[in-house]
Design a protein around this ligand. Structure first.
Ligand code: PGA
Length: 261
């Protein structure tokens, strides 16, 4: 597990965007996993600008998102389809037919979940999955207790996640209580996982993710078992890390980060 601590939130967002852009430039037919949430908005703004400036080309990229609320149509302003179009897909030269999210309106939920996993498998698996983290340690909507081997499924959201997200909805009580989410196992199958954690309110869960015991009560701790996981934080989110100084020393001295310093 690689841990990189950036000075500010903007620096962390730009770092994550650069990792993605470099990976796409090295392999244009890139298969990219994506996430939604406030944390991602800055990353997508940087990637949109890089695309505009000709620094990264999405024309052959295919994408899969982590999750979508059950019951929301793609044009609902709180759907993750809408979020992705607004913050990324409409601003870059990706072919929208190559972008995938679970269908929140699917009548057969099990079939939709299986279809989603199959579409990733048929593509040969994802090269990199960009993920955030919720207050419960969830990746996607994999709240506490979700099996590390879980595949795409419909999850009933915990009260913490409901409280975290409901104020985006008008009225707040209209927030769906269930959502399609890629499973922990689905995310772990990606060749590389890039997790971005920013802000003071994420400091405790960041420390649990990186340095705590591995437990299904905190889905993100599964990343300790991923052979190619990179966690990027800002100083605020890194505040509770015991080995903070060591991670910084590695970044400053390890030749593998030479182009990023
Ligand atoms: P946030 O959400 O980026 O809005 O904090 C992340 C998440 O819940 O996974």
């Amino acid at each position: 597990m690689d841990v990189v601590i950036c000075r500010t939130q903007a620096d962390a967002e730009a770092f994550a965007a650069r990792i993605i852009a470099d990976a796409i430039n090295a392999k244009p037919e890139f298969k990219l996993g994506l996430a939604t949430g406030a944390t991602m908005e800055g990353v997508y703004a940087v990637l949109s600008q890089m695309n505009k400036d000709g620094k990264v080309d999405f024309s052959q990229v295919r994408s899969w998102n982590l999750d979508e609320y059950v019951g929301l149509a793609p044009d609902h302003d709180q759907s993750y389809h809408y979020f992705m179009n607004k913050h990324l897909f409409s601003n870059i030269n990706i072919d929208k037919r190559n972008t995938h999210l679970p269908d929140g309106l699917a009548s057969d939920e099990e079939m939709e979940a299986a279809r989603y996993d199959a579409s990733i498998d048929e593509a040969g698996g994802l090269d990199l999955w960009l993920v955030g983290i919720g207050q419960t340690g969830h990746i996607g909507f994999n709240d506490p207790g979700t099996s590390f081997t879980s595949r795409t499924h419909v999850a009933y959201l915990t009260n913490t996640t409901y409280e975290q997200n409901k104020n985006y909805f008008t009225p707040p009580e209209s927030m769906p209580r269930r959502a399609f989410t890629a499973g922990v196992g689905t995310v772990m199958d990606a060749k590389r996982v890039l997790q971005l954690i920013t802000g003071k309110r994420k400091a405790a869960i960041a420390a649990a993710t990186i340095e705590g015991p591995v437990t299904a009560m905190i889905s993100s701790t599964a990343l300790q078992f991923h052979e190619n996981a990179l966690i990027v934080l800002d100083e605020d989110a890194a505040a509770d890390l015991k080995l903070k100084d060591f991670y910084k020393e590695v970044f400053e001295n390890d030749p593998k980060w030479a182009n990023y310093r």
